[in-house]
Write a protein that binds this ligand. Structure first.
Ligand code: GLN
Length: 484
């Protein structure tokens, strides 16, 4: 059961081979066994999940079902879910019970899916290793000494260890794709504006985008069908026709033009990751694709630009956590200013404070023009590079991450090294483009390698087609870590 696809699970539920209550209980048992080691979930609420499963079984009995009805899905703890503790990986929100549902959660509820629990993440989604979580690090099911990536590390670990059927993640600079790569699963960050950010705790609003993390492109397509859609409560939500993201999965790839940016295969890329990616490209040639050399000259500036813009937006978004309205309040203080100061110093972790300080600095008088405005201009140039590239190719491919999963503690003291984990993913967020990661083999340390596929705006269906055809021809995506 745990290796079944979402389509197979849906069919088994509709054929009454298993009930949603039984399936949910099976996953809850697995979580009880494995979560003490992997720490993939921050909150599990068996009673609520099982009550949802009872309701789903009624829907199934009546035959009024969608593709995900009765299927247990893990939700990143960045999404407000009514009545659920929603922590965002922070002490600041350690006891916060969300009073309403995020749009994404509403969509899953409407689809009759089961909320299996809230997954661990870097604090306020700031990180690439899940080590900044107030609730402790997550372990990678392929090697318990290794990080799962971040910030959606709990989601990636839970999918890889078969502790859920599929999961949600969010990606501001790579947080769906990089952990998907490091845990050997499939994840897609859609075009900015495709999935509503309503009720998704904000990190950097112009970059944040939610998406699915699952074991295959086909599963991601089914998840995306549920997650997307216009929502007037998010001013950047796009008013577009409803799409079926599975519609092109079966299309052959003959004639597909794949762009390989020379900047993605330069210094800094581990040799084993580079080889696996080239082998995947060779497989695509066999499937009928042609390869085009391209250049994205401004992507070398993506990491510095991101680390001006994302902290700037974060410093503004996180100003709401002041100890007054909700969240942590210091137990002792002398006056209002002292209460703000103590609540924020005690409630936020080190990385979050670092970002708030950088953000406040680059937005301050005298530095705004030099840093923030300059970064905005370069962001435009980075997006233009992609627009130019897509006149020559249909999709762009390269590595998702420069190396396979590193060990816990290995990069903890060096923020810049950590920031470089996202060197191939960040430009995609700055441009607002869709990007995904699929497993394409293993590195020298037997850890998974991810192939990144970048599409043009709104080209999710094509990217999923490109990923699915590779997954029909190879079996990297169906490999499971030992013991799972
Ligand atoms: N690792 C990047 C950061 O720390 C990206 C995080 C994300 O995508 N949420 O900001």
């Amino acid at each position: 059961m745990f290796n079944s696809s979402l389509t197979q699970l849906g069919a088994a539920l509709r054929a009454k081979q298993i009930s949603s209550v039984e399936l949910t209980q099976l996953y809850l048992d697995r979580i009880a066994t494995h979560n003490p080691v992997f720490n993939a979930y921050i909150t599990v609420d068996a009673k609520t999940s099982l009550a949802q499963a009872v309701a789903a079984d009624t829907l199934l009995a009546n035959g009024s079902t969608g593709a995900l009805t009765g299927i247990p899905i893990a939700q990143k703890d960045i999404f407000c879910a009514k009545g659920w503790r929603t922590t965002c990986g922070s002490k600041m929100l350690a006891d916060f019970i969300a009073p309403y549902d995020a749009h994404v959660i509403e969509q899953f509820n409407k689809a009759g899916a089961i909320n299996l629990g809230k997954t661990n993440m870097d604090e306020f989604a700031m990180g690439s290793s899940n080590e900044t979580s107030y609730f402790g690090p997550v372990r990678n099911p392929w090697n318990q000494k290794a990080v799962p990536g971040g910030s959606s590390g709990g989601a990636a670990s839970a999918v890889a260890a078969r502790l859920c059927a599929a999961a949600t993640g969010t990606d501001t600079g790579g947080s769906i794709r990089q952990p998907a790569a490091l845990c050997g699963i499939t994840g897609i960050k859609p075009t900015y504006g495709t999935v509503s950010r309503y009720g998704m705790i904000a990190f950097a609003s112009s970059l944040d985008q939610a998406g699915p993390m699952a074991r295959s492109a086909e599963d991601c397509a089914l998840m995306l069908n549920v997650m997307t859609g216009f929502d007037e409560r998010d001013s950047t939500s796009l008013q577009r026709d409803v799409e079926d993201y599975t519609r092109d999965l079966a299309k052959p790839l003959a004639g597909l033009r794949i762009g390989l940016p020379k900047e993605f295969f330069a210094e800094g890329l581990s040799a084993d990751v580079g080889s696996r990616v080239q082998e995947a490209i060779a497989e695509y040639r066999k499937l009928g694709a042609t390869i085009v050399g391209i250049s994205l000259p401004n992507t070398r500036l993506a990491v510095p630009v991101y680390y001006v813009l994302a902290p700037a937006e974060a410093s503004s978004n996180l100003s709401r956590f002041d100890g007054v309205r909700y969240g942590y309040r210091a137990p002792e203080y002398t006056d209002l200013a002292d209460m703000y100061e103590k609540s924020r110093s005690q409630g936020f972790g080190e990385e979050v404070k670092r970002r708030i300080m950088i953000g406040t600095y680059v937005l301050s008088h005298g530095y705004y023009d030099a840093y923030y405005l300059q970064a905005q201009k370069i962001r435009r140039l980075i997006a233009q590079d992609f627009t130019d590239a897509f006149t020559q190719c249909d999709v762009i491919m390269g590595p998702t991450s420069p190396s396979t999963a590193f060990n816990l503690g290995e990069k903890g003291d060096d923020p810049v090294q950590m920031y470089l984990s996202d060197i191939y993913t960040i430009a995609v967020n700055l441009a607002g483009l869709p990007g995904m990661s699929i497993p394409c083999g293993f590195g020298d340390n037997a850890m998974p390698v991810g192939l990144q596929i970048i599409g043009n705006y709104f080209d999710e269906a094509r990217m999923l087609n490109v990923a699915h055809q590779y997954q029909l021809a190879t079996d990297w995506h169906s490999r499971a870590p030992q013991g799972f």
